[in-house]
Design a protein. Structure first.
Length: 135
């Protein structure tokens, strides 16, 4: 009786395991991803303002924007933005942030960072991706 159950199990379940895909959901490419690697409250504030301002260019997909921060002292830090993919990231913006910056100054800096990031994507990122596809 047990041998018959084993044979039945092997004949029905094992082939089913090879037919069923490992992931049955639908896969969608990510257009872009903004990663906040800041450590201070004013760095997080800059990242929030940048994310509110950012509009992705049409036709460009699969890129990352990393907003990072390096502390200089207790009252200031260098904030940088890197744009790229999973392999290459290029620093396109860097600014010294202070906690005493007004909201309008923070918005002005975030707008400047968004413009530089967009210019990099439109001018250089497409060219770099075309070189990668040729390799």
């Amino acid at each position: 009786m047990i041998d018959k159950l084993k044979k039945l199990l092997i004949s029905v379940v094992v082939p089913f395991l090879f037919i069923t895909p490992a992931y049955s959901g639908t896969y969608q490419d990510i257009d872009y991803l903004i990663v906040d690697n800041t450590v201070t409250p004013w760095g997080h504030k800059f990242a929030r303002v940048f994310q509110e301002i950012w509009k992705s260019p049409s036709g460009i997909k699969g890129y990352f924007i990393e907003i990072g921060e390096e502390r200089v002292s207790v009252r200031q830090s260098w904030l940088y933005i890197k744009v790229g993919d999973t392999i290459f990231k290029y620093k396109v913006y860097e600014v010294l942030l202070k906690p005493t910056m007004s909201d309008s100054d923070m918005e002005r800096l975030a707008l400047s960072a968004a413009k530089r990031s967009l210019r990099f994507l439109l001018e250089k990122y497409i060219v770099l991706k075309s070189y990668e596809s040729e390799l």
